[in-house]
Design a protein around this ligand. Structure first.
Ligand SMILES: [Zn+2]
Length: 175
């Protein structure tokens, strides 16, 4: 079991647009296993590849992490594309790359996403609420788009000090 370091705001790898996965090689198999180990060790429900320093288009998540603890349902989505979305809703959102920060972000309330799994089989998922928010958040990571750009101008101003601290030290709070 290997817990990966999650890059925090300030690391340039978080700002890159990630590239399509062309083949699932052994390095990626190992990385995905470590990402799941990491996911179950941190207070989050999803990790995108760029957050562990890999600029490829995939992410891992587990919705049951929060809703039914003890019943894991790990999902990996490779080369995901949002194929439908509807409605808009504003809810609090956090990010493992911004420890301790939660801000309201407006997102589509329902989405459909397509991608492939580790075997290259196609996956279509649809859902609302937290699921829809999670997928849109992780898709942002693949574009190099971060929570700091999704929050309101007011929140960015209000949290300027804390964000700067994360940028400097990799974590919020009293260091
Ligand atoms: Zn995030």
């Amino acid at each position: 079991m290997k817990i990966l370091r999650i890059l925090s705001y300030g690391d340039p790898r978080l700002l890159r647009k990630s590239e399509e996965v062309r083949e699932v090689d052994q390095h990626m198999v190992d990385l995905v296993r470590d990402m799941f180990d990491t996911l179950y060790a941190v207070p989050g429900i999803g990790i995108a590849a760029p957050q562990v320093g890999c600029n490829l288009r995939f992410f891992v998540f587990d919705m049951n992490r929060r809703e039914e603890p003890g019943h894991r349902s790990p999902v990996i989505l490779i080369n995901p594309v949002i194929t439908a979305q509807e409605g808009m809703v504003t809810e609090e959102e956090g990010c493992l790359s911004f420890p301790g920060i939660f801000v309201p972000v407006e997102r589509a309330s329902g989405i459909e996403v397509k991608g492939v799994d580790m075997e290259g089989k196609s996956i279509v998922l649809e859902g609302e609420g937290l699921f829809a928010r999670l997928i849109q958040h992780e898709m942002d990571h693949l574009e190099g788009m971060l929570l700091s750009e999704r929050m309101t101008k007011w929140d960015r101003m209000r949290l300027r000090g804390e964000i700067r601290k994360i940028e400097r030290t990799g974590r919020k709070g009293h260091a």
